[in-house]
Write a protein that binds this ligand. Sequence first.
Ligand code: SAH
Length: 356
Amino acid sequence: MTNTQLIQKLSEAHELKKDEYVQLISTHTEEDSKLLFSYSDKLRRRYYSTDVYLRGLIEFSSYCKNDCIYCGLRRSNINAQRYRLSLDDILECCKEGAELGYYTFVLQSGEDPYFTDDKICQIVSEIKKRYPDRAVTLSIGEKSRESYQAYFDAGADRYLLRHETANAEHYSRLHPPELTLENRKRCLRDLKEIGYQVGTGFMVGSPYQTAECLADDMLFLKELAPQMVGIGPFVPHSQTPFKDMPQGTAELTVFMIGLIRLTLPDALIPATTALATIDPIGREKGIQAGANVCMPNLSPMSVREKYMLYDNKACTGDESAQCRRCLERRLSSIGFVPAASRGDNISFITKRINAE
Ligand code: SAH
């Protein structure tokens, strides 16, 4: 089949075979991208109109016990500046976020053993007590099923855990031996079964990635059927072993966003900070390719520079209120609007209502 036919097929069937994804990923032209985005844009509008959901991101700890080869927070990076926010700091961020009109707070950190399950549960329940109409998303890594259940019972609504790559061999080249794709998948299955809205995703252009790896990612997404999918280009960090590896491209990242929109029509897909970092209008390009979420930074200014997953991270110098206004301007310039709502996954909510 030609690329045009494959894109048409994907827009109707919402899935392709592995070799068909490989063909599109490795041979697409600018014309193909245009066609893909015309479909992905239309599909996103059918489910979510021109709404873009904003998530206030609170990076509450830069300590990490893991040693992921690509990440600036890895424990071997002895030059990284480490910090932790207190419960009061976090609540202060939420207060500012609530005033700025954020209906979701995303709590993200390295895997920091200081934050025991009790502490996480306390943070979640304090936020939910103050802001019962807002969603809390956790992004704190691999935990036991019991831990995930405890956070859920404390009120957490959603959980982000990227699978990073669905190819086991590739996974082992990005991670130390103690981290396995198998356990990642176990975590994601547990999270879904417990009842979270689950987000997963991967880096585009990470070292040793091939078109086959990305096709595996697409098949894995189809199988897991997460409510959210976050992807961003790999960006090297100068104090990791991947410092000299080339960064991913905005071109391929937005092409993958288009494929994800057609594969999982109702997914919530962020235009990520990494994409905005490598391209001055990366966020806009992401939205136009089918994304419908932005995650502006809500962390205190004093710690922004210390949560460095990769070099040159965008927006670290801007106040939260500045980020909010800048985003509003950028979105409206391309005909989109920040939605004043939690922005839950539409099918997830429909299913829950039907079950009640
Ligand atoms: N500890 C949490 C949060 C990790 S940071 C967890 O494990 O889920 C969030 C995401 O940043 C990661 O999942 C990874 O996909 C991305 N990331 C890390 N280092 C990166 C890099 N060098 N370039 C691009 N993205 C990176």
